[in-house]
Design a protein around this ligand. Structure first.
Ligand SMILES: NC(=O)C1=CN([C@@H]2O[C@H](COP(=O)(O)OP(=O)(O)OC[C@H]3O[C@@H](n4cnc5c(N)ncnc54)[C@H](OP(=O)(O)O)[C@@H]3O)[C@@H](O)[C@H]2O)C=CC1
Ligand SMILES: C=C(O[C@H]1[C@H](O)[C@@H](CO)O[C@H](OP(=O)(O)OP(=O)(O)OC[C@H]2O[C@@H](n3ccc(=O)[nH]c3=O)[C@H](O)[C@@H]2O)[C@@H]1NC(C)=O)C(=O)O
Length: 314
């Protein structure tokens, strides 16, 4: 959704990314970094003086002793597949979790009890305030993780990768994970398509686990199917939950009987009150209009304005 960008790039290496950022600085171009795009809403009228940079092609998965180095563009759902290969349950929560690892680290992506901040040990980043643009690293203990919160949201840093500790587990086979990665790379431009994402990761997981698919993996498949997460284009949960209220935003919108409300080509999902879906060539304006309608109704009934989780990129 949104308009066509004048400048768009998807670097494949950190070297290419650094070169691109230097080019933006020299040409006085603004830039914005994103991952697979599953949590962003682009403006219908993009900034013509801005480079839109997706890190979804930054794809590196290196098996080291006791740890994996995983680059920012690797989809989080790849960790669940790698976990199955070493028979670890620690990464199951990432099964079908849309989005790249870089964004997951930035937003502390979660699924029920599992969150990205709990499985990484160190994050590698470029500090845009440092003129030399060298890769730096920070241990997870200093990343200030909370509910959908991290230190990265307050810093001019670009996450390029992370270490994941797999101490005590058998060594992952580098060729095995690379063959999955090669099949993923064949998706080319479809990496941002939620339906393709679902087909790929659900299929790979079935191939690895059937007929003994772990219960939690089955539950994830059922939850996503029940909420029809991958049937229409959406940005996942539109608002962050407000835990002071004691009920999720989805439940509040449901309570207000707003599911199914439309605006242009957009609609509040009939299946989940915190999901705004693109049913018929919606514009970003249509989605933002629904955001306003929900915010007003929640403010009137519950006295607070919900905070969007989706990042709106101008
Ligand atoms: N639980 C669920 O069902 C769902 C979860 N999600 C979650 O939403 C997120 C979306 O992932 P994805 O689609 O890849 O992300 P997006 O492309 O939607 O990027 C989201 C934002 O993350 C920041 N970001 C992304 N990559 C980097 C990076 N390498 N370094 C610094 N900041 C970065 C940027 O913020 P800024 O512009 O402010 O710098 C960007 O605007 C993930 O956390 C995903 O798990 C999404 C949908 C459903
Ligand atoms: C989808 C995202 O993340 C999701 C994540 O997948 C799920 C599972 O862990 O938990 C959060 O959703 P959520 O709080 O809406 O979780 P759900 O389990 O779907 O709903 C919570 C409760 O509200 C009820 N509910 C939800 C929607 C609705 O229309 N009606 C309703 O009654 C559900 O039945 C459930 O009892 C994350 N969202 C946020 C904002 O925290 C995302 O980040 O984009």
């Amino acid at each position: 959704m949104g308009g066509n960008a004048e400048y768009f790039a998807s670097p494949q290496t950190v070297g290419e990314l650094v070169e691109l950022l230097r080019y933006c600085n020299q040409q006085h171009l603004e830039y914005t970094i994103f991952g697979i795009g599953s949590n962003v809403l682009f403006s219908d009228y993009p900034n013509a003086n801005k480079m839109y940079i997706s890190l979804k092609e930054l794809l590196q998965f290196e098996v080291k002793e006791n740890r994996w180095f995983v680059s920012a563009g690797i989809p989080m759902a790849m960790l669940a597949l790698a976990g199955e290969l070493i028979q670890s349950e620690d990464f199951q929560f990432t099964h079908l979790l849309p989005g790249s690892l870089g964004a997951g680290i930035y937003m502390n992506a979660k699924y029920y009890q599992g969150q990205i901040g709990d499985v990484i040990s160190r994050v590698y980043y470029l500090d845009m305030a440092e003129p030399n643009l060298e890769v730096q690293c920070i241990p997870v203990e200093e990343c200030q993780y909370g509910y959908k919160r991290s230190l990265f949201q307050d810093k001019p840093w670009i996450i390029v990768g992370a270490d994941i500790s797999v101490e005590g587990y058998p060594l992952l086979s580098q060729p095995e994970i690379e063959s999955i990665l090669e099949r993923y790379m064949l998706m080319k431009d479809n990496k941002s398509n939620l339906m393709q994402f679902y087909t790929f990761f659900s299929g790979e997981m079935k191939r690895l686990t059937q007929p003994n698919t772990p219960t939690f993996i089955q539950e994830i498949e059922e939850y996503r199917a029940k909420n029809k997460h991958f049937v229409h284009h959406s940005c996942g949960s539109y608002f962050k939950n407000n835990y002071d209220i004691g009920k999720s935003i989805g439940a509040l919108v449901d309570h207000l009987q707003m599911k199914g409300t439309g605006s242009g080509g957009a609609m509040i999902s009939p299946h989940h009150g915190n999901m705004l879906i693109n049913v018929n060539d919606a514009t970003s304006e249509d989605i933002i209009h629904l955001q306003m309608v929900i915010s007003e109704a929640i403010f009137k009934e519950y006295g607070f304005i919900p905070e969007p989780e989706v990042q709106i990129i101008k």
